[in-house]
Design a protein around this ligand. Structure first.
Ligand code: SF4
Length: 277
């Protein structure tokens, strides 16, 4: 029989992985209607989403990458970290999180198996997220200095967090075909944000490459030769309407960078403050 665990904030009993509409706090997806066809490929689901909330909701039904679907759901069912063994895991693609009218998009790499894949919120439930949320709060983007679990009251203003790949990959390493398969979600995020978009902040080179690829696919004017990723490197992306969007690089907030002080809180604050309107 399926095991039910209490959600850490609401106490509501929930299964792992959490099916759409099962009661997860803030779950943008409703339950699939009885007899509904299986979810389409990510590309078609993404391309027809009319607005960021619909795009968010549709992410949860995406399944075309067999290795990633198996990994995210296996971790949720039987591979939980011991410290979280009594918690339900989201076990679905990580939906974007933040202001639907954001002027800044923050592009991460992919959910962590015991972070976003557990909590259902980007950069939530691991040390990378702890570092990022503290900075987002110091610089005025986040309502709270921590993000612990869906339903904890956290909110973003002026910024939305998305990812190059939406499912947790083994060893945090999505394959090139998996990155290509997930690209339509980021393309649609950029396209829907475009009317208000001022800047795209990329954490790490994979987010940088994914954002450049998405911009190119949308027909935006991308500098040639391809600009190289670097911390605080900035290049302009030209939109079809003549406006320009800033593409800004930042070292990823992974423990590998923050524990070694390759990326310090001051460095991240400087980049974030430079994005404020
Ligand atoms: S990685 Fe992206 S395209 Fe692949 S199943 Fe997950 S959400 Fe869908």
């Amino acid at each position: 029989m399926e095991r039910l665990d209490p959600h850490p904030v609401t106490g509501e009993p929930l299964p792992s992985p959490v099916p759409p509409g099962a009661g997860w706090p803030g779950d943008p997806a409703g339950p699939a209607p009885r007899g509904a066809p299986p979810p389409a490929r990510g590309g078609r689901l993404a391309a027809s989403a009319p607005a960021p909330p619909a795009l968010r909701a549709r992410t949860g039904g995406c399944r075309p990458c067999p290795r990633l679907v198996r990994w995210r759901e296996d971790v949720a069912r039987t591979g939980r970290r011991a410290a979280f063994a009594d918690q339900p895991y989201w076990g679905r693609p990580g939906p974007s999180f933040g202001d639907p009218d954001a002027e800044v998009l923050l592009v991460g790499l992919a959910p962590a198996a015991n972070g976003t894949n557990r909590t259902g919120r980007m950069f939530t439930g691991d040390s990378s997220g702890d570092f990022l949320w503290a900075a987002l709060h110091r610089t005025g983007f986040a309502a709270q200095p921590t993000s612990v679990a869906a339903g904890d009251g956290q909110a973003l203003s002026g910024l939305r967090i998305v990812a190059a790949v939406r499912c947790a990959p083994p060893a945090n390493k999505p394959t090139p075909p998996e990155r290509a398969c997930c690209a339509p979600w980021l393309e649609r995020d950029l396209e829907l944000a475009a009317p208000r978009l001022r800047a795209v902040l990329c954490l790490g080179s994979i987010g940088w490459d994914a954002a450049l690829g998405a911009a190119r696919s949308l027909g935006w004017d991308v500098p040639r030769p391809k600009p190289r990723f670097g911390h605080a490197v900035e290049v302009p992306l030209g939109l079809p309407d003549g406006r320009s969007v800033r593409l800004v690089g930042c070292y990823h907030v992974s423990p590998h960078n923050t524990f070694t002080r390759r990326l310090t809180p001051e460095m991240l604050d400087d980049v974030l403050l430079g994005l404020r309107g």
